[in-house]
Design a protein around this ligand. Structure first.
Ligand SMILES: [Mg+2]
Ligand SMILES: [Zn+2]
Length: 202
């Protein structure tokens, strides 16, 4: 079933995950890989170009490499911020929010049940407030059930789940989030960005 088309007058904001969505998920810290960064840039441009009215793209991501002591936190934070700020400076994205926390972090300063960590919707709320997106149409694109759950909890209209085998791993979702089948989302086979773009009113 085709979703309702986006009204031409309404601006669209899209919350996009990174690992597993804009590049293949090779585990924590891959955000610093040059090829991953280049792939992300290309995909973001590709998404924007398919819209008549350029949507606002926001990166929303959990990054646990410092929590897992793979990288030293200040250095990791700096490099991640540099990468995402450069996308913003080039006007490829409108903004970003990164949660560096993990409930079982080895690096104790980052050990926290953070409300901004997906599947919780805190990061989405922060972006909505900061950029005044209340009246804008909103989509979420991610590769895990946690991305969809965060969108669901924040009341996001359309949610796209890029299909990989780990996409449906309910173990990632806290038990009290209920049955995955209750959440409405559109499944996209991996790398089928054209299918997302079909939903766009031209
Ligand atoms: Mg992901
Ligand atoms: Zn956090």
């Amino acid at each position: 079933m085709k979703p309702p088309r986006i009204d031409k007058g309404i601006s669209l904001s899209i919350f996009i995950d990174l690992d597993g969505t804009l590049w293949e998920d090779f585990g924590p810290g891959h955000i610093l890989d040059y090829h991953a960064q280049k792939e992300a840039l290309n995909k973001l441009v590709e998404i924007s170009l398919h819209f008549k009215k350029t949507p606002k793209l926001f990166i929303l991501t959990n990054q646990t490499a410092a929590a897992r002591k793979i990288y030293f936190y200040p250095l990791f934070w700096f490099k991640v911020t540099l990468f995402l700020s450069s996308l913003k400076l080039k006007k490829i994205i409108a903004g970003f929010y990164v949660c560096y926390h993990h409930p079982n972090a080895e690096f104790t300063l980052l050990r926290k049940n953070c409300s901004c960590r997906k599947p919780l919707p805190g990061g989405i709320y922060k972006i909505i407030t900061k950029y005044n997106l209340e009246s804008s149409s909103k989509w979420v694109i991610g590769d895990r059930i946690t991305d969809i759950l965060a969108g669901e909890l924040a009341g996001i209209e359309r949610k796209f789940l890029i299909f990989r085998k780990e996409s449906l791993d309910m173990n990632q979702a806290p038990k009290d989030f209920g049955d995955f089948k209750n959440y409405s989302c559109t499944f996209l086979p991996i790398n089928c960005w054209d299918e997302i773009l079909e939903y766009i009113d031209d």
